[in-house]
Design a protein around this ligand. Sequence first.
Ligand code: NZQ
Ligand code: ZN
Length: 412
Amino acid sequence: MDNFNFYSPTYFAFGKDREQDAGALVKRFGGSKVLIHYGGGSVVRSGLLDRVKASLNAESIPYVELGGVKPNPRSGLVYQGIELCKREGVDFVLAVGGGSTIDSSKAIAAGVVYDGDFWDFYCGKYIDKALPVGTILTITAAGSEGSPDSVITNENGMYKRGATGDAIRPKFSILNPALTQTLPPYQTACGITDIMAHLYERYLTNTKEVEVTDRLTEALLLTMIHEGPRVIENPDNYEARANIMWAGMMAHNNAVGVGRSQDWTSHDIEHELSALYDCAHGAGLAVTLPANFTYVMHHDVMRFAKVAVRVWGCQMDFDHPEVTAKAGIEALRRFFISIGMPKYFAELGAKEEDIPKLVNSLCRGNGRPGCLTGFTTLNEEDCATKPGFQMRRPNIWKRFFWNIQTLRSATR
Ligand code: NZQ
Ligand code: ZN
């Protein structure tokens, strides 16, 4: 196990009706004037926004509002939010919504107390200072409610990039599973996929002897495999939603990722898709994960075989471990399809002619060095096409082609 620091001071208020505590929690963490930040309207329609305002009013905490965060949140609204907070003397940002709203809130919180352009943080500058952020989560997916990360798309170039820093870990997060019961099944499934991706990206490690975090990750994956279909079948299943909500937080506050190298190349690839096509992050991952895993599997077949046996119940083939490894990847792909996720890149709106643009942005865009490093290193040749090379191990973007063509012939 590698040396590590783990600092995760978020206060979690979990359970039914906990949004009533919003005002008291803002006060507890020092807020005296709040920006309430939210998305495209689901929190207005559900009445949640009114309940949050009532809770702030009950504590006599003034607030201003900024709605309109889009999925795959954009830089434009972040600039607006920073201006608004400065003008109004806001000292606490309260996110009411999903990962997009929370990430936009974190970007505003960091930008308000920074003299330069907030995008510096999304080019690699560590966030060591920010206004305090609180969250009221309405979709279990991104894990931003417990993470030190934020992902924003810069409209200038459409680069979707992440920033990090302990300063943007939420001071508190209110997790009421009942709030997620209004989610459409597709969004619920996107969330399940994202949570499983966060677990897999940590599972794919080059660090040896990390049994405790391996086992915790496997437990969370098994929970998702059990609870995911139950909640798709019955969206009002509070208990299943509750288990998924806590699993989603645990999957991404890094408790299961400490002391080990991690992957994140699948996330990087997916971010290019959701930046260019504005698809849901989870849907992009459902296609990217199996394609990338099939490509990188040979780097450490036994790691893929291990998750296949322990999580998916595959039979271990000691003579041909790659058979077991592949069976596990196939089980993952089938699971995603079973909960309503896409199988092909084309279903996300992806186009064959965009491949050079996608590869360039992925490997070189926004200051990238020409490769992605994670479980293994992927360079532009890995991500594009290298004649002759992809015959045995079809590369990711070649699979991208293949998937589009398969879909075309399937729909003819
Ligand atoms: O905007 P509203 O009207 O609220 O509708 C949203 C949105 O359309 C809707 N929704 C949310 N809660 C709802 C609801 N509809 C009905 N009832 C509810 N209770 O769901 C849609 C998706 O919301 P969004 O916030 O975009 O979803 P998610 O939480 O999946 O966030 C995705 C973003 O997070 C980033 C992704 O890249 C993507 O931009 N990520 C952030 C991470 C982080 N900060 O640590 C890590 C992740 O890997 C991920 O990259
Ligand atoms: Zn994710």
